[in-house]
Design a protein around this ligand. Structure first.
Ligand SMILES: *[C@@H]1O[C@H](CO)[C@@H](O)[C@H](O)[C@H]1NC(C)=O
Ligand SMILES: *[C@@H]1O[C@H](CO)[C@@H](O)[C@H](O)[C@H]1NC(C)=O
Ligand SMILES: *[C@@H]1O[C@H](CO)[C@@H](O)[C@H](O)[C@H]1NC(C)=O
Ligand SMILES: *[C@@H]1O[C@H](CO)[C@@H](O)[C@H](O)[C@H]1NC(C)=O
Ligand SMILES: *[C@@H]1O[C@H](CO)[C@@H](O)[C@H](O)[C@H]1NC(C)=O
Ligand SMILES: *[C@@H]1O[C@H](CO)[C@@H](O)[C@H](O)[C@H]1NC(C)=O
Ligand SMILES: *[C@@H]1O[C@H](CO)[C@@H](O)[C@H](O)[C@H]1NC(C)=O
Ligand SMILES: *[C@@H]1O[C@H](CO)[C@@H](O)[C@H](O)[C@H]1NC(C)=O
Length: 416
């Protein structure tokens, strides 16, 4: 089994750097239209938002604003409750404190939510997709951070999303060109779990079923149910779990899986997933929409920690996110029929099938939380040196939907 040199290359500092430069050049075309640079600003105004329809009734006092290093503490404020659930478990009761920044190069920051005088807020993090109205006032010097984990194909009908011209400074999304890119899992060099030949034999022996998928949102722009039907029509047996299928699993329902997605402590318990996945040869990682860089826990840590081959259907370039020969990507096949043939071949050829687990001898996967920690460290650092990181997105809706005039998503092209 040969792993591409290029992939290893990413791991050395020079290669990481040259890749970063490559990526910025690649994406620089997008910024030409959406990003402008502005002159420094100095002062806050002291006005409280005239309305706070989206703020909760939570009130919180900033418990300890003293500092030992002489640095002003920066207050990072979570504006709308609709996305607390994403961060709530990660923040886990440390609202109003600096706890999440311990170990950061610059740690003089706190995360807060609830009603707080606007002059105490240095940065607002918000998810306009869920907000009828934008925050009414942007005081000078305040930084606005756009947060979104979904693609623009979903529910971007709120007025606020389109009202944000020249307001958003930084972005935290699933896109690689975001200021703080956040994926749902990462591959790291170094194996935590090395399979012996016997392990591999046992793994293969248990797999008496072909493909499994968990779906609870049925109609999607990616038309994944249609894709499944087509795959079945070419003789691939697919068991569909979740609200859109016929199978259900205790403790592994949609809500359980959703909660566990953003639960730091939270693997699903009991590990229903692992037990089920061990019987199948393939996991269908079918995203709801087909968009640039949009790949989720369906093909990252959540699935890849188990011995199963993901069949990925999404709009990302999988070779950037995954080690070579660790996945099957539907776009690499001329048709669903060809894909089905390949899956049948692998099902019948143990050696060829198990070759897809060779990467596990060199890499392991990690959940997203280390990356979140690092993103918040970087946010804190930037807030202390804003002049180094000054930027404004001229039109965040355009950036999210069609940077450089090219839509980030495309419709299904394989349903023939
Ligand atoms: C918020 O507080 C107001 C007045 O204190 C109360 O009437 C309202 O029910 C509260 N809303 C929620 C969602 O708790
Ligand atoms: C507040 O911070 C100071 C300096 O870091 C520390 O000495 C003190 O114990 C803290 N007080 C509380 C109530 O956390
Ligand atoms: C922290 O230290 C700086 C410099 O001594 C000071 O200006 C600031 O008021 C202190 N307190 C807070 C809450 O940042
Ligand atoms: C597959 O194996 C599982 C146990 O690992 C067993 O419960 C199930 O009945 C088997 N299914 C078929 C179709 O043989
Ligand atoms: C996260 O998982 C732990 C342990 O499984 C559980 O006790 C907790 O309620 C979960 N939190 C959320 C937000 O689901
Ligand atoms: C995907 O990324 C690889 C680099 O990992 C690149 O060589 C390839 O051209 C990209 N493919 C597409 C379709 O952009
Ligand atoms: C099974 O796959 C291996 C590795 O790809 C290949 O060398 C071998 O010829 C295949 N066996 C059959 C019977 O096709
Ligand atoms: C943030 O955006 C505002 C304009 O909305 C701008 O004046 C300010 O300089 C920006 N700050 C940073 C740190 O980018």
């Amino acid at each position: 089994m040969k792993l591409e040199a290029k992939w290893f290359c990413r791991l050395t500092a020079i290669c990481v750097l040259s890749n970063m430069i490559g990526i910025s050049l690649y994406y620089s075309q997008y910024f030409i239209n959406t990003l402008i640079h502005v002159a420094p600003v100095k002062e806050f105004s002291n006005e409280y938002p005239s309305h706070s329809t989206d703020a909760t009734n939570w009130t919180i006092t900033l418990r300890n604003m003293t500092n030992t290093t002489g640095k002003q503490i920066k207050n990072i404020y979570f504006y709308n409750p609709q996305f607390y659930h994403v961060f709530n478990d990660w923040i886990s009761g440390t609202w109003g404190t600096s706890k999440k920044f311990e170990g950061c190069p610059v740690s003089e920051c706190i995360v807060t939510k609830g009603k707080i005088p606007i002059e105490k807020i240095d940065a607002i993090m918000f998810k306009p997709r869920d907000m009828s109205y934008c925050p009414p006032i942007k005081p000078l010097g305040q930084v606005w951070i756009f947060v979104e984990f979904e693609t623009p194909n979903y529910y971007f009908r709120t007025k606020c999303f389109y009202d944000l011209k020249n307001k958003v400074n930084w972005t935290m999304t699933y896109r690689r060109d975001a200021d703080f890119p956040v994926a749902h899992g990462y591959f790291r060099r170094g194996n935590k779990r090395k399979y012996s030949q016997k392990d591999l034999d046992d793994i293969f022996a248990k797999k008496n079923k072909t493909a499994v998928v968990f779906i609870s949102h049925c109609p999607t722009v990616g038309k994944r149910l249609q894709f499944i039907k087509l795959l079945q029509s070419y003789g691939i047996q697919v068991d569909v779990f979740g609200l859109c299928g016929t199978k259900t699993l205790k403790d592994c329902g949609n809500e359980d899986r959703y909660k566990a997605s953003f639960n730091v402590s939270g693997e699903l318990k009991p590990d229903c997933f692992g037990t089920v996945l061990s019987q199948y040869k393939f996991f269908l990682s079918l995203e709801n929409s087909l968009c640039m860089d949009y790949t989720t826990e369906k093909s990252l840590h959540r699935i890849m920690q188990h011995p199963i081959i993901p069949v990925i259907r999404d709009g990302s370039n999988a070779s950037i996110f995954h080690p070579p020969h660790s996945y099957i990507h539907t776009s690499n096949y001329g048709s669903v029929k060809e894909l089905a043939q390949h899956m049948k071949m692998l099902s019948a050829n143990k050696t060829a099938y198990l070759d897809y687990f060779q990467w596990k001898q060199h890499y392991h996967t990690e959940d997203m939380y280390k990356e979140w920690n690092s993103a918040f460290c970087r946010i804190c650092e930037r807030l202390h040196y804003p002049e180094k990181y000054r930027r404004v997105y001229r039109d965040i809706a355009a950036w999210h939907i069609s940077p450089g005039g090219k839509h980030v998503c495309h419709g299904p092209m394989d349903l023939r």
